[in-house]
Every structure is written in structure tokens, then in C-alpha cells.
Design a binder for this molecule. Structure first.
Ligand SMILES: *Cc1c(COP(=O)(O)O)cnc(C)c1O
Length: 392
């Protein structure tokens, strides 16, 4: 099997798994108890919190464990909306957010909030001028993702943070694709809330966290016990927390090496695909993008057919985001970037990791070349596309 879908999820790092295992059986105490079996778990949870906070330049009291990126996004957006409703009911976000951000925003619109969805350019970048122009006296929150999960575009987070600070507006960023992979300091970047998830960084699934600057007054998500300072009650997912922190630490310690390897593979793959397959369009910003993200379109084919045929050759890839694939709609991200429906439907996302090799990519390129060629010979869409190019 050749796994080229690391933006969808990743395998748990062996070291993270190993450090998680004791917390399932031997060291299973509830962190809220007084005896040493429980205090051992409490210590592990706090140690993980300290480690994650340290990576972000935050304090451990500013980290709240959640069940993952979606929960963190929901809590940040609905929490700020509820907690700051007395100040205003306007939120600014972008058209290319993950559904974990977009759907809570759409829900809030039904509750009487106003939401501005910023457009993006053809590379998937927002403009800070657009952002500034969208700010109103009643704007309470700006939510802009750190890096896009489909095309990997990295937004101008520092400029956005500075603008938010200047205007006294809270700034949330969905950093699920960026945390661990990129060096992030919430102080320097002016971030008030940040979402992260374990399973995108070789940690387990079902665990994530929300960083909340201590000056932010966020209402509780779950009421009950005193866990997470009373804001997210429920017995902690101790093994998950430990695994996520270990995995994050591995990213921090090896970031440069991993980034360089991913970047090299990324350039190699982009070059081979665009040089060897006719009419292969590159999607997303060529420079300001996550090192492991390769996103292209082959007009005239259906991305889904390509994925199924790649799967038969043992290659895992994606066309748009996983949820979009299920819904059989062209990706909202690609459409926002100005791709035609045809270009969006013929898209292919390959997300690489430091564990991939050139040999794997060679095999994938050969497979893609062959399949795209075969699908296009059978495609009336492709003939139309070629004719439209001739006409100019
Ligand atoms: C995967 C992802 C999420 C959702 O995280 P889960 O932990 O799977 O809920 C949110 N935002 C982005 C950008 C993602 O890539």
C-alpha cells in the first residue's frame, strides 16, 4: 500500500502508542481521584498539557483538551458568539474553512448572527485588505484557518493577528493542518484561540485541544465535573492525551528534517505530474503552502473514478476533502478559488509525509499517468475541454 493521504489522517507514531499503552490497563486511574493510581494519570495529563502549551508559547492553563479539531472549532466559534453577544453579533471567516468552522457559522446565522465569508484568490489566499474592510463595530470574532486542508495554502496569520489586536477583536485559527507541522507561537502571531487535533500529527483519533488565551471569557462547552477548569467536563481521555503530546513532541523535535523531506518530495511530484501528464493544472499557491501538499486537476475526468482506480493499485489519495467526496459535490474550496466545476471535479490531492519515499511517488506517478490517460480516452468532457482550448 502507498499512503498519500496524510491530510485525512495519519498512523499513530510507534513511540506515541508505546507511551499510551500503560494508561489503558496498568495505570488506568481516574485523574480526579486522590490515590496514587489516579494522581499518576493526573500527572500524565498535566505533563502533556505543559508540553503542548510549550510548543505554542502558551501557558498550560490555556490548553483545553477536546475530542478533536471539529469540537475545538465548534467550541471556539459558538463559545465566542455566546460569550461576546453583548458586544456584537458579527463574525468574519473565509469561504475555504473546514466544515467544522463553516457549519457552526451557518448555524449562528440562523440564530441572528451576521457572518462575512471572505473570498480567496486563485491560490486560495485571503487578502488582509478585504478583512480590514469587512470589520464592523459589532465584529466579535475573526476565524481564519492557519493552513487549508485541501490545497495547503498558508494564510497571513501574523498580519491577521496584528489587525485583530489593533481592532480589539478575538482571533481564532483552525490550525489542525498546521500544528506540529509548522512553528507556531500564539503570542507572536496574536492568536486568541487555536484548534488542533491529534490524528493529523501521528497521534490517536478522537483527541485534540483548544488553546484559549487566558484573557478570553469562553463559556463552558460541557457542564459537569471540574475537568478542564470546569469548562469541558468529563473524565479525560488519558491515553489519547498522552499519545497526542508525544506525537506533537516528535514533530517539534524533527520538524526541520521532516519539512525538508516533504518539500523535496512535493517538488518532485509536482514536476513529474505537470511535465508528464498533459493539461495537469496546479491548484493552490505554489510557495505559501504546506510542504507535503500536492493538489492538481485533470480536466475531463472524474476525481472519484481516479481514486477508485488508484485504490485498486493500492494507492490511497483524495479528491477534495473526504466529506466533500461523500457528498459528491465539487469542493467549496476549489470553487472559491475560481476553478470551474469541471476542473474541481477532476482534482486530485496527494498529501505526503516524511515517511514516503521517491520510489513510492514513482509508482504513484506511473499509475496516475496511465489511469488519467485511460479515463480521458473515454471522456466526452475531455474532448469538449480540448475543443474549448482550441477556440481559446
Ligand atoms: C481534519 C480537520 C479538522 C477536523 O478535525 P477532527 O479531529 O477530525 O475532528 C478540522 N479542520 C481541519 C483544517 C482539518 O484538516
Amino acid at each position: 500500500m502507498i499512503y498519500l493521504d496524510h491530510a485525512a489522517t495519519t498512523a499513530v507514531a510507534p513511540q506515541a502508542l508505546e507511551e499510551m499503552l500503560p494508561y489503558f490497563c496498568g495505570q488506568y486511574g481516574n485523574p480526579s481521584t486522590m490515590y496514587s493510581l489516579g494522581t499518576g494519570s493526573k500527572k500524565a495529563v498535566n505533563e502533556a498539557k505543559r508540553r503542548l502549551a510549550g510548543m505554542l508559547g502558551a501557558e498550560m492553563e490555556e490548553i483545553y483538551f477536546t475530542s478533536g479539531g471539529t469540537e475545538s472549532d465548534n467550541w471556539a466559534i459558538r463559545g465566542v458568539a455566546e460569550g461576546y453577544a453583548h458586544k456584537g453579533r458579527h463574525i468574519i471567516t473565509t469561504r475555504i474553512e473546514h466544515h467544522g468552522v463553516l457549519h457552526p457559522c451557518e448555524y449562528l446565522e440562523k440564530q441572528g448572527y451576521r457572518v462575512t465569508y471572505l473570498p480567496v484568490d486563485s491560490g486560495g489566499m485571503i487578502s488582509t485588505e478585504d478583512l480590514e474592510a469587512a470589520i464592523c463595530p459589532d465584529t466579535i470574532l475573526i476565524s481564519v484557518m492557519f493552513a487549508n486542508n485541501e490545497v495547503g495554502t498558508i494564510q497571513p496569520i501574523k498580519e491577521i493577528g496584528a489587525l485583530a489586536r489593533e481592532k480589539g477583536i478575538l482571533f481564532h485559527t483552525d490550525a489542525v493542518q498546521a500544528f506540529g507541522h509548522l512553528d507556531i507561537n500564539v503570542q507572536e502571531l496574536g492568536i486568541d484561540l487555536l484548534s488542533a487535533s491529534g490524528h493529523k500529527i501521528n497521534g490517536p483519533k478522537g483527541i485534540g485541544f483548544l488553546y484559549v488565551n487566558k484573557t478570553v471569557k469562553l463559556p463552558a462547552l460541557l457542564r459537569g465535573g471540574a475537568q478542564e477548569r470546569g469548562l469541558r467536563a468529563g473524565t479525560e481521555n488519558v491515553p489519547g492525551i498522552v499519545g497526542m503530546a508525544v506525537a506533537a513532541g516528535l514533530w517539534q523535535d524533527n520538524r526541520k528534517k521532516r519539512q525538508e523531506h516533504e518539500k523535496e518530495l512535493q517538488e518532485y511530484l509536482f514536476r513529474r505530474l505537470t511535465e508528464e501528464i498533459p493539461h495537469c493544472l496546479v491548484n493552490g499557491d505554489r510557495c505559501r503552502r504546506l510542504p507535503g501538499n500536492v493538489h492538481v486537476s485533470f480536466p475531463g475526468i472524474e476525481g472519484e473514478s481516479l481514486l477508485i482506480m488508484l485504490d485498486m493499485k493500492g494507492i490511497c489519495a483524495s479528491s477534495g476533502s473526504a466529506c466533500t467526496t461523500g457528498a459528491r459535490k465539487p469542493s467549496h474550496v476549489l470553487l472559491a478559488m475560481g476553478l470551474t466545476e469541471q476542473e474541481a471535479r477532476g482534482s486530485l490531492r496527494l498529501t505526503l509525509s516524511w515517511e514516503n519515499t521517491r520510489e513510492e511517488l514513482d509508482e504513484a506517478v506511473e499509475a496516475i499517468k496511465e489511469i488519467v490517460g485511460r479515463l480521458r480516452t473515454m471522456s466526452p468532457d475531455y474532448s469538449c475541454y480540448m475543443k474549448s482550448l482550441e477556440k481559446g
